[in-house]
Design a binder for this molecule. Sequence first.
Ligand code: ATP
Ligand code: MG
Length: 362
Amino acid sequence: MPSERRLKTGRRTTDAIANVAFEDAFVALTDGILICDGHGRILSANPAAFRLLGEDQLPGRLFEELLLVSGAITVQDPQGQSIRRAWFPREDRMGVLEIVSTQLAGAAPRATIHTVRDVTASAELLRLKEEFLLDVAHELRTPIAAMTASLDLVHQDAISMPRQELRAMVGTLRRSALRLEHLVENLLDAGSIEAGTFEVRAMPTSVKGILEDSLVFVRSVFESKGQRLVTHFGRGTDRVVCDPRRTGQVFANLLTNAGKYGTERSEITLRTEIVAGFVRVTIHNDGPAIPPDELNRLFQRFFRSRNVRGEAGGLGLGLTICRAIVRAQGGEIGVDSAPDRGTSVHFTLPKARELAQEAGSA
Ligand SMILES: Nc1ncnc2c1ncn2[C@@H]1O[C@H](COP(=O)(O)OP(=O)(O)OP(=O)(O)O)[C@@H](O)[C@H]1O
Ligand SMILES: [Mg+2]
């Protein structure tokens, strides 16, 4: 029957194409795939498996022995499949691998397919989120406790209290309220950055004006540590095009960091200069440097360097928000830090006159 023969030949061709596609996929996959025989000996492994497990030789070895070294932990064990997590050395530090092992039905007796995936980033985010909840509670508690203590005193003897003392109490209340406002604003912004609804409204603005407004939030930090802010404004650096409120947040966050992480009675400097058509603002403080291996993670949500953990409070959101604002305005932000030079954070804002010229020449 010629028609039946055609059908069979057609299927054979389709099967052959599918096999080639499977082979290509096996090689191209970014997840590691290992197939083991009934004794757990590796029959075949794709290139990703070699890379993720950091091994030069896999076929012929026992898969479970590879996991023994790193001590895999079972997270789920539904019928016929197990999901485990294990630590493995990566290029720069330890990483987390998720291993899903499935018994192949109908294949050679008890043959198993293992998929290996690098889940370091999501495991880290989960850990940071757990720490974050505790940090939020802690951060809220400090200003609320200060407010309650001041309010109790005012409530007890507001009438007999000397004017000077009353003024100091109100000052504390105001500082605590500002701290809470700043905290809630950062939390809301981090949420809208994550949701992709974060917006900036750029307009011609004065750098000095923005700085002045942001100092309301920062002054108390400097005062509490006896620090002094020294400013150097370069020529022609005042007019920029940016969202004044948002840029004020950048100043407030960066100056608060400089105050928090700088040493007592130190000088904090703010310098502005023109760099390639942008106004570049650099804020510098002394104090413990950020380790080089952490510099590229500072802008990650919830990340806090080991140089400060346990000392000054914070949620690890400030720099994430600063970068979102600066980038949305077309600028860039970066950090330099070295043990004997302290820490400098710099960011750029589009210069107003340049934009006006561009508009005129368009
Ligand atoms: N000026 C600085 N000097 C030294 N370390 C800094 C400086 N700025 C930031 N860091 C380090 O970078 C980390 C992240 O900073 P970021 O401003 O994002 O968070 P935070 O200050 O910890 O908390 P938040 O700003 O949300 O209150 C800090 O925890 C600190 O370890
Ligand atoms: Mg901060």
